[in-house]
Design a protein around this ligand. Structure first.
Ligand code: 2PG
Ligand code: MG
Length: 426
């Protein structure tokens, strides 16, 4: 049996220039792997706790405590264990932390170790990381996956918490559904992105970008953002609603005040029913096939209304609503909220729990979309997770900025090397 020989964590920087945790694991077989954790800006209130130092360094955002927790508390317990047994290692991490929200050692500490273990084990087995994730899914759930290349959702226009413009909806994404390969999906997306840039320039609008690499101009309304994207698809000689579709992430919790949804950029305020009707009107008017966090994470009545209104014709994705947490997700399923779930492993803090949540989605016919965070690194684990679990969809930002493109580039290599895998499209 191979065993863990050493674990070493350090503080590194993420795509926003803020500290995050990086962990390296060495095995006695000689295999060695490193992973880094991402960080959100529009976080759900029930996410596992990201441990920050709160002192005078890095505006309080240092992660030296999380790093020390790995080096001094986690490391001694995991030395000698088998890295191929992801479930056992994650169990040890969860027990060692001992809290529901990982607030003792920090979800950023736990996840960094959990990810690095999976990378080291894949290297030790001499198989690609995505194949190892398929194996872990089988070990944990007893079921098998159908690996594929995920359909990308690319956020090409940023608003909300991810940009300093006046757009309230956080993400305007394109889905190149008509593409027959991942390579073609990326070419279309890059061309649309560049044509959008030209259109913005021609209209004297800003071409600076937000946290996820999408443009962040000031506009008259959310609908104007949609119209500019539709134009950029057409200029790319592609047909909206046939070749390329649209998706939104409203991140509605960010502009809900407990009673109303305040679209500050448009100078209007809508109650829950009216906001659901507004989203329905967008779906009826434009080729929008997916809406994430259309309602606030606590507005369960609003979620029910929205799901009843458009759940049969539109993918409705719970992000802040479910926070990749099996227990919270189960309650949502039982109450008929949404029909899909966004998967972010740092919302829950371990590979095992992430996989259990995806399994629950599969058992209940909810779609899973594997997702980055707005604060990212060059770590590409989510690309392999999406492939190995056959999730079918990934959202990881614009086709621009290396923290986003690293994931797409990893998928381009997987497509090249594994001809048996095809682009998911149902
Ligand atoms: C989201 C994510 C990623 P953040 O809301 O879906 O796009 O943003 O990481 O800021 O929560
Ligand atoms: Mg979201």
């Amino acid at each position: 049996m191979t065993s863990i020989q050493s674990i070493k964590a350090i503080q590194v920087l993420d795509s926003r220039g803020l500290p995050t945790v990086s962990c390296n694991i060495a095995l006695d077989s000689g295999a060695n792997a490193m992973a880094m954790v991402p960080s959100g800006a529009s976080t759900g209130t029930k996410e596992a706790l990201e441990l920050r130092d709160g002192d005078s360094l890095y505006m309080g955002k240092g992660v030296e405590k999380a790093v020390d927790n790995i080096n001094n508390i986690i490391c001694p317990v995991l030395i000698g264990l088998d890295p191929r047994n992801q479930k056992l290692i994650d169990q040890k991490l969860i027990e060692l932390d001992g809290t529901d929200d990982k607030s003792n050692l920090g979800a950023n500490a736990l996840l960094a170790v959990s990810l690095a273990v999976s990378h080291a084990a894949a290297k030790d087995k001499n198989i690609p990381l995505h194949s190892h994730f398929s194996d872990i899914y089988r070990d944990i759930t007893g079921d098998v996956t159908s690996p594929n290349l995920p359909m990308p959702m690319l956020n090409i226009l940023n608003g909300g918490e991810h940009a300093d413009n006046n757009i309230d909806i956080q993400e305007f994404m394109i889905i190149p559904k008509g593409a027959s390969t991942f390579k073609e999906a990326m070419r279309w997306s890059s061309e649309i992105y560049w044509n959008l840039k030209s259109i913005l320039k021609d209209n004297n609008l800003s071409t600076s970008v937000g946290d996820e690499g999408g443009f962040a101009p000031n506009l008259q309304s959310n609908e104007e953002a949609i119209q500019l994207i539709l134009q950029s698809i057409e200029v790319s000689n592609l047909e909206p609603g046939k070749d390329v579709f649209l998706a939104l992430d409203c991140a509605a919790s960010e502009f809900f005040d407990g009673t109303n949804y305040n679209l500050l950029g448009e100078g209007r305020s809508l109650d829950s029913d009216s906001f659901a009707s507004y989203l329905e009107s967008l779906v009826d008017k434009y080729p929008i096939i997916s809406i994430e966090d259309g309602m606030d994470e606590h507005d369960y009545d609003g979620w029910k209304t929205l799901t009843n209104k458009i759940g049969s014709k539109c993918q409705l994705v719970g992000d802040d609503l479910f926070v990749t947490n099996k227990k919270i997700f189960k309650e949502g399923i039982d109450n008929g909220l949404a029909n899909s779930i966004l998967i972010k492993f740092n919302q829950i803090g371990s590979i095992t729990e992430t996989i259990e949540t995806i399994h629950l989605a599969n058992l209940n016919n909810y779609k899973s979309i594997i997702s980055h965070r707005s604060g990212e690194t060059e770590d590409t684990t989510i690309a392999d997770l999406a492939v190995g679990l056959g999730a079918g969809q990934i959202k990881t930002g614009a086709p621009c900025r290396s923290d986003r493109v690293a994931k797409y580039n990893r998928l381009l290599w997987i497509e090249e090397e594994f001809s048996s895998l095809s682009l998911f499209n149902e």
